[in-house]
Design a binder for this molecule. Structure first.
Ligand SMILES: [Zn+2]
Length: 84
């Protein structure tokens, strides 16, 4: 039996809704939706915060690595004057 879905498609609503990337809530894709594609300012800030936090973490890890090597060299210098 063949389905006739093409003839039963409902009319496209004027307001398109998208899923909030942060929490998955339906967001009306309209000029009134100030924070689209997010549902609210909070979700937008959370998403931006996640990105900022991620880059901060990467930057601090690199800094820690460099200073750790330096600290290790300073704390344990090759002791050449030590008698046998
Ligand atoms: Zn949201």
């Amino acid at each position: 039996m063949k389905k006739t879905t093409l003839q039963t498609i409902p009319p496209i609503p004027q307001t398109t809704t998208v899923a909030c990337p942060q929490c998955g809530a339906s967001v009306a894709w309209a000029p009134t939706s100030r924070w689209k594609p997010f549902c609210s300012e909070r979700c937008k800030q959370l998403d931006l915060g996640a990105w900022a936090d991620e880059s901060y973490r990467i930057a601090s890890v690199e800094t820690a690595d460099a200073s750790e090597i330096e600290n290790a060299l300073t704390a344990f210098p090759p002791d050449l004057s030590r008698p046998h």
